[in-house]
Design a protein around this ligand. Structure first.
Ligand SMILES: Nc1ncnc2c1ncn2[C@@H]1O[C@H](COP(=O)(O)OP(=O)(O)OP(=O)(O)O)[C@@H](O)[C@H]1O
Ligand SMILES: CC(=O)N[C@H]1[C@@H]2OC[C@@H](O2)[C@@H](O)[C@@H]1O[C@H](C)C(=O)O
Length: 404
């Protein structure tokens, strides 16, 4: 047996494993690195988040990714070169971070790398009738494995598409294994560039879990702030707070086709971008608005999309006097205006709080989820999950890259 396979088998047979989960999301803010100690698998999964950091991308890295990010036409030579370069760059960030934490790379069982999504193309979003769903993540994992000397699992989304899904969201696998509860209805809301949610009714089977993207979280607000205020995002919603919501523009944004689609559904910055805002301003005759009023409206747009989807999702299962705990993660949790608006729009049946209440920091949750997916690939039994719908198939995800 090859040494690398032997080592993987040993990792799988251990009582607990050290897995590094990596996420670099649609906000292009940096690489999230979560060092997890994971025990068990399936619904018996136990996770200790030992360390977490976000390595912020310097401007030149953001600029390199922006060249190809969410654009239907790119320089193929550039993309080819960036794929390996970004893998090595992520690898070096891990090496530096482990040194900073005082942890030896040979103590890590595996890395779980999400990669950088550069294009997401579910069938409902493209015009090529001969093709189905597609998604592309770069930052090649062979480069990560070689740079870190650690076996790396990557490219988790392709299996979901191959098995009939849209390649996203994948959050519900980890959410079900780790966060489902016998006693309470839980709704996990992640507000990243794109917002998504996972509905975990109490004591649910995996086939009852529903996970869906719902629309813009921060992506349009971030793009607007970068263009008109030369900062990455609206810290604590301060600019939005200083403006006034314009109802005509809000209605026009809410008319976006994706918002009305039934869940589960996925999307990305390919749709939720400044072009969508520009069209909505033209349609609502609101081109004259101040930048602060546009930000106020965009903030309310995200809040309304979130509240409407949550209400829709849980309304059919919630009995009288039953409450739902809503656990929020993603950078949007730090936007105090957005969170206040979401709370104000939901009825008192919903208790909104940080995912920290379940032991996972809002900033770390997505990286932890990929560590859980890798753990499942190593030790899970796909039979422990009975899936029925397209999105809840019992599948093993991720490709394996060895260090040499
Ligand atoms: N203090 C803050 N005030 C307002 N917004 C904030 C704050 N901190 C973070 N954010 C928002 O959160 C974003 C980053 O969120 P996150 O890292 O969860 O996104 P992501 O993982 O890149 O996206 P996705 O989940 O769609 O892949 C920032 O771009 C910003 O819009
Ligand atoms: C294609 C892609 O990278 N999608 C991301 C993105 O970021 C949020 C939302 O859009 C979600 O669908 C997904 O990430 C999470 C982790 C998921 O798959 O559950």
């Amino acid at each position: 047996m090859h040494n690398h396979i032997k080592r993987l088998v040993e990792s799988a047979e251990k009582e607990s494993r050290l897995i590094i989960g990596l996420m670099s999301g649609t906000s292009l803010d940096g690489l999230d690195i979560a060092l997890c100690d994971i025990r068990g698998c399936g619904t018996a999964t136990q996770v200790k988040l030992l360390q977490f950091t976000t390595c912020e991308y310097p401007e030149h890295v953001k600029e390199k990714v922006r060249q190809v990010f969410a654009q239907s036409l790119v320089d193929l030579e550039y993309l080819t070169l960036l794929n390996g370069w970004l893998g090595t760059y992520h690898g070096q960030l891990i090496v530096d971070t482990l040194a900073h934490w005082g942890i030896a790379n040979h103590d890590i069982d595996v890395i779980a790398s999400h990669g950088q999504t550069i294009y997401h193309s579910p069938a409902h979003q493209h015009q090529y009738s001969e093709f189905g769903n597609g998604t592309l993540q770069i930052a090649d994992a062979d480069h990560i494995a070689v740079a870190t000397r650690i076996t790396t699992l990557s490219d988790f989304r392709q299996k979901h598409i191959a098995a009939g899904g849209e390649g996203a969201p994948l959050a519900h696998y980890g959410d079900y294994y780790y966060f489902s509860s016998k006693r309470e209805h839980r709704l996990l809301l992640n507000i990243g560039g794109i917002a998504n949610l996972t509905w975990l009714p109490k004591n649910c089977a995996f086939s009852e879990v529903l996970c869906s993207d719902i629309g813009a979280g921060n992506t349009i607000m971030d793009a607007y702030m970068q263009r008109h205020f030369q900062v990455m995002y609206d810290q604590n919603g301060e600019i939005a707070k200083s403006g006034k919501v314009n109802q005509a523009l809000l209605d026009s944004l809410m008319a976006a086709t994706f918002i009305k689609r039934d869940m589960p559904k996925t999307t990305g910055p390919e749709v939720f971008n400044l072009a969508l805002l520009s069209q909505a301003q033209t349609d609502s005759n609101t081109d004259h608005l101040s930048h602060n009023d546009v930000m106020a409206t965009l903030n309310m747009f995200s809040a309304q999309v979130i509240a409407e989807h949550i209400t829709l999702l849980s309304s059919y299962v919630i009995q009288v006097n039953e409450s739902v705990n809503v656990y929020v993660s993603g950078g949007g949790y730090h936007n105090t205006l957005l969170m206040a608006q979401v709370r104000a729009k939901l009825s008192s049946d919903y208790n909104v709080m940080s995912s920290q209440a379940l032991g996972i920091s809002p900033d770390a949750k997505e990286a932890v989820l990929f560590a859980i997916l890798a753990n499942e690939t190593l030790v899970g039994e796909s039979t422990s999950v009975k899936g029925e719908s397209n999105q809840n198939q019992p599948i093993t995800m991720g490709k394996i890259s060895f260090p040499d």
